[in-house]
Write a protein that binds this ligand. Sequence first.
Ligand SMILES: [Zn+2]
Length: 375
Amino acid sequence: MKKKFRLKKSVVKKLKVVGVILAIILGIYLFYLSQIYSLTELGYSVEASKTILFDFKKEYVLSVGENKTLNAAFESSDYKEKYLDQYTKIEYQNQKHLIRNINTLIEKGYSNDNISMILAHGNDEDVGEFAKRDKINYLEEFFSLDYAKLRNYDRYVDYSNETGEDNETTVLAVNLDMDKENYEDPIIISEFSTDMLVNKHRSLEKDFVPDDLVSIDEEYAADDTQSASRIAVNAFMKMYKAAESEGYHLVINSSYRSYQDQEETCNTYRGLYGDNYVTNYVAMPGFSEHQTGLSFDIGSRDSNIFAESDEYEWIQENAHKYGFIQRFPEKYEAITGFRAEPWHYRYVGEKIATYIYENNISFEEYYAIFLDTNE
Ligand SMILES: [Zn+2]
């Protein structure tokens, strides 16, 4: 007969007590998990949910519902209980020091709407810098425009005082660095894209070469030395054929020019016509759109003066369908910094070209409104 294994009564009692304690702990833990779960279901992160539970703010959070700024507050060590209601009313932005900056802005006396507006007009660093300054006077005047930038505020005020321009013109002009001298302290561009902006404030690196540079078949050009970005060349060939089918004869007179080519061009024109001419009509090396490989100087096969040719009339009405814009029209001389060049066309793609054609704006304005970011 086997000997039965038996625990002593006192041991059994202790085990029962341990079991009950474990069951209680498990129960509490499951309850805790279910609480976290109910908050994550509502859109709060696990990290935020823990703080919400430990600070006994679950009821409050449930009454608010999903709120990204509140979530960020509970995730942040900067969160202040007295500002909870304000957090819920301020529009969330994905910024590292969001809550710390909100606290500072509340303390400076900005309203919730003002703070939402401030946060939307800069990156984390811009907002941090802005929060350090005294409360500003013309917040809504400038920042009701989507494309206004916090970091440019002082320049907006100066420009508007100096020129008397309206807020919209001021913000566009300053964002385009028109408050600076031409060629002064330019932004340096190294990456190719069909919507890149190159002008007297935005220069290409000396060794910048467009992606996909291809030579242009002599059929389309005045000589066999022309080259440009493939995407622009393909678009030009389509436009060329469309024009041809309607009896108009286009020709490329100039296309991609390297930094060194542009240097030579400048020197040639300087020798011929002097400094003034170069300043107005020729871009300095690095500042020419021809270096992007997206620009063409277009002529007519049948006329020496393009602006007076039938081809010019045709291209004005049709270029946008093929992704081209006339880059330096007379009406935008003040914005582009170049005298009118009826022959200079730039590939920007059909979407942008059509918008510019339909809305009568310069590429500079399009860039400032739609393409420029706060990065
Ligand atoms: Zn040109």
